[in-house]
Each structure stands twice: as C-alpha cells, then as structure tokens.
Design a binder for this molecule. Structure first.
Ligand code: NAD
Length: 484
C-alpha cells in the first residue's frame, strides 16, 4: 500500500470533482467563501448547476456495479487507504474549516480534522467483520438467504456547522455498504469539502464512487429529485428537511433527515454544580452555539435556582472569546453576517420579553471585525417563550425554573424538537431513569458527547433515521430474501 500523499492547501477550488476528474462547472460559476473572523474572502469554490449534478449522478451510476461488486475485503482496503489520506489532511482541514465557519480550533481539530478518517476506518472495519448475507432455516422451503445489498446511488446534502463530520457520517457508511455517492456541501464551507476529493484521488478510489458538487439550495433540490438517485441523506434545517421529506415521500425514495434541535439540560437538585459549570461550554455552547444537539435550555430546581443562575452566569462570563485559530478560544465568530443578525434579533426579543439578562446581550466589547456575538444568558424564561421554543443557533442560553422532577421532564419534552438532552445528578441510576423519560434521540448523563459506535438522530421535528454506529450503516443497505 502506498504512503499518503502530500497535502494540497490551495484555497481556490474552481472545479468540481466528478468521475474522478477535476472539471470546471458547466456555466463557470464560483462562490466566494468568506472567513468568519476577518470578513475577508478566503477563497473561491466551484458552484454546480443542474447539468453538473446530472454529470455527477451519471458518474455515480456508472461506478456502482464495479464498487458494489468488489469483494468486501478489497473495498475495505481502499477505504482504509482513504482514511489514511484524510488523516494526513486532518490538521489542514481543521484549520480551513475554522477559518470558514468560525469554529474554535480546539473543537475543529477533532470534529473536522480527525473525525472523518476515524469514521471511514470504523465503517471499513464494520463491513469487513459483518456478514453480507445470513442463511436462515425456512419453515416453507429448504432455507432462505437474506442478502444485504447496497441501496445504490446516494445523494448527500450537508450544512456548514460541522461540515466534515456530517459529510463523513454519510460518505463512510455509504461507501462501506457498496453505494456510490454525490455530496453537495454548503456554499459557506465549500472549500473544506475538497479534502474528501483530494483524499479520494490520492487513495485511488475508483472514478465516480465519490463525487463532490458544491452549490446552493437549487443544486441540492435538483439532486434530491434526480431520477438517478436511490437514497437521500440530509443534514440541515427543519424547514429544508420537511421540503426534502415531501419530495422523497412522493418519489417513495428512502431518506435520512438530521434536522434542528432545542435540547434541555435538567439540573437535578443533587447535581454537582461545579462539574455542571465546567462542562457547560462543551454541552450547551459548542461551536459558538451553532450545534444541533446543544443543550440551550437549562432547567433548574427552584430549591437551587439562584445557585444555578449564578453558576451558569459565571461560567459564561469567563468564556474566552477570540480568534478561532487560537487554541485557548472557546467562543469564535458565527458563520455569516446573516447568522449574527439573526441571533442578535433573538437577543432583542429576549430583552423586550421580560426575561432577566444575566450576561452578554450584544456584540462583545472591543471586537469590530468578524461576526461575533457575546455568549448570552437569559434567566426566568417560561418554556412557552420564543427563546425557549425556537432554534436560535447561536450562543444564547435560557434558564427556566421547575418545582419537581415530573415538571422538569414535562418542560424538557415540551418542545417541537427531540435531538439531544442531558441530566445532571450525583446519582447515575437516577440520571438514567430521568433520561428514559426524555423524548429525544440522545441524552447524556453528567456530560454529552457523541459516540461514533452508537446511533445519533432525532425524533419529532429533529428528523427521521439514525447515523453512526451499526445503525448508521443500515440505511445504506436493503435486504433481499432469496427462498431456496
Ligand atoms: P439549511 O437547511 O439551510 O442547509 C443545509 C444544506 O441543505 C445546504 O447544503 C443547503 O444548500 C441545502 N438545502 C437547503 N434547502 C434545500 C432544499 N430545499 N433541497 C435541497 N437542499 C437544500 O441548514 P444550514 O443553515 O446550513 O444548517 C443549520 C441547520 O442544520 C440547523 O437547523 C441545525 O440544527 C441543522 N443541523 C442538524 C444536525 C443533525 O444532525 N440533526 C447537525 C447539524 C446541523
């Protein structure tokens, strides 16, 4: 096996990656990617039109028979090489992504740097070790062979907030299952997506197995409807997910939807508040609050309400705001001016709705460049308020008092969403019992961190289906029963 190639760090990527080739978009269109911290143009990326999407889907269809027909051990070997190439690029990719979307580098190094190669390795190992078929005794005949076949050509559409890991959650299981894929990344973070193309090219992934077509909403909508696509995997906002789900329903096309969230942290009356406060930034404000599973609603027992408000306020006031590339930065800029304005609008709503602003509430002092918003806390927020019901997607937390555990659980569940959640208690069994009653796809007890080996996904307006773990492979396979 060859050693990983050298890393290409160029920021001008005016070509699409289709059929293993670098091709100029049919209409020559490019989009500037702007650096969140400096507001300067970081680079330009190709922007796909309908005919480019046609070419990418055609390439994926042509590559399908060869890729799905490859022996699993050979496919896994190619993926292992792909993983090594991604790992070689991990640091450069993490820095590039932080420059695009403002994610603090301390988070980006794992989430955008090393996570993709780890996921590709994980799924290569999983398929190598799992049976492609099982043979069952049959009551009606001799026996039945149940084959696990790849679903076919996958359309993957991703957002800008964790662009690398969210793309890898689709690319890794799809390729491991024997599917081919067309990825349409978000225009705000189109540049980092080329790391997958560079690594695929260097690893000798057969032409057409992975195709990358950055572009806007129109390119995404065209891809979802494309007759050459067999399955759609989408991560993004709930309104876009609903629109995509409607199309897939009409087409009877399998779809995975990973959508928005508004998760709650239940602080039980026996919680260790020092530990809770120490974990707050990672659980409630990761990626400057631009995280689908962030626990942005803090539910505090009336018996310790003042203590919780003080602990949260002090922890948020102490957060280090600054350059996302500085290792000590905990809060960087938001991804775009539009996102900054949207979050500031919510803060204004909070100020005029009678909530108690305890910290933050504006652009941070002394910062005049970059789309920063000071991490902000509102206390005394009734759960019916807009700030507690709507996904803000920025560094804004609410604190809501509760009287007893039953009320805390009812408040946690009183949300259109159900993606994350956390429980803080000195009794882990008690935490598990509360977690059982939270209507959500994932819950943490005394911390919250995704586990690659366990399924991740939501209920209600947070989406349909699961990614990660063996469950994340299943949507890329379908069964065929052969009765012998
Ligand atoms: P978005 O929905 O605006 O865009 C996401 C992607 O979908 C982009 O590539 C966009 O170009 C494309 N797109 C938009 N409308 C489309 C349509 N009708 N058809 C096809 N493609 C379309 O979301 P965003 O603003 O980029 O991301 C933020 C949202 O993503 C938040 O709501 C967040 O909670 C959600 N998110 C969810 C998860 C999860 O795993 N549940 C993870 C991260 C982000």
């Amino acid at each position: 096996m060859s050693t990983p190639s050298t890393v290409d760090t160029t920021l001008d990527r005016r070509e699409l990656f289709i059929d293993g080739q670098w091709v100029a978009p049919a209409n020559g269109a490019t989009t500037d990617v702007i650096e969140a911290a400096t507001e300067n143009v970081l680079g330009a990326a190709a922007s796909a039109s309908a005919s480019d999407v046609d070419a990418a889907v055609d390439a994926a269809r042509r590559a399908l028979p060869g890729w799905r027909g490859m022996a699993i051990s050979d496919r896994a070997e190619v993926l292992d090489w792909f993983a090594r190439e991604l790992k070689t690029r991990a640091k450069a990719t993490a820095v590039l992504t932080s420059r695009e979307n403002g994610m603090p580098i301390s988070l980006s190094i794992g989430a955008n740097g090393y996570a993709p190669s780890m996921m590709v390795s994980y799924y290569a190992k999983l398929v190598r070790e799992s049976a492609a078929e099982d043979i069952r005794p049959s009551a009606m005949g001799k026996r039945t062979v149940v084959r696990h076949e790849p679903v076919g050509v996958v359309a993957a559409i991703t957002p800008w907030n964790y662009p690398q890991s969210l793309a890898a959650m689709k690319i890794a299981p799809a390729l491991a299952a024997g599917c081919t894929i067309v990825l349409k990344p978000s225009p705000e973070t189109a540049l980092d997506a080329y790391a997958f193309a560079d690594a695929a090219h260097a690893a000798g992934l057969p032409a057409g197995v992975l195709n990358i077509v950055p572009g806007g909403r129109e390119a995404g909508a065209y891809l979802v409807e494309h007759p050459g696509v067999d399955k759609v995997a989408f991560t993004g906002s709930t309104p876009a997910g609903r629109a995509i789900g409607e199309v897939c329903g009409r087409l009877l096309r399998p779809v995975t939807l990973e959508l928005g969230g508004k998760s709650a942290s239940i602080v039980a009356d026996d919680a260790d508040l020092d530990h809770f406060a120490a974990q707050l930034a990672g659980v409630s404000l990761p990626n400057n609050g631009q995280t689908c599973h962030a626990c942005t609603r803090i539910l505090a027992p009336r018996s310790r309400y003042g203590e919780v408000v003080d602990a949260v306020t002090a922890a948020v006031a102490a957060l280090q705001i600054g350059d996302p590339l500085d290792k000590s930065t905990q809060i960087g800029p938001l991804v775009t001016r539009a996102q900054q304005l949207r979050v500031l609008d919510y803060i204004e709503i909070g100020k005029h709705t009678g909530h108690q602003l305890t910290v933050g509430g504006d652009i941070p002092d002394g910062i005049d460049t970059g789309w920063y918003v000071a991490p902000t806390v509102f206390a005394d927020v009734d759960n019916s308020a807009r700030l507690a019901q709507e996904e803000i997607f920025g560094p804004v937390l609410t604190i809501t008092p509760y009287t007893d555990e039953a009320e805390a659980i009812a408040i946690a569940n009183d949300s259109p969403y159900g993606l994350g959640g956390s429980v803080w208690t000195s009794d882990e069994e008690h935490g598990l019992a509360i977690a059982d009653q939270i209507y959500s796809g994932t819950v943490g007890v005394n911390h919250y961190a995704l586990d690659f080996a366990a399924p991740f996904g939501g209920v209600k307006a947070s989406g349909l289906g699961r990614e990660l773990g063996p469950e994340g492979l299943a949507p890329y396979r379908r069964t065929k029963s052969i009765y012998l």
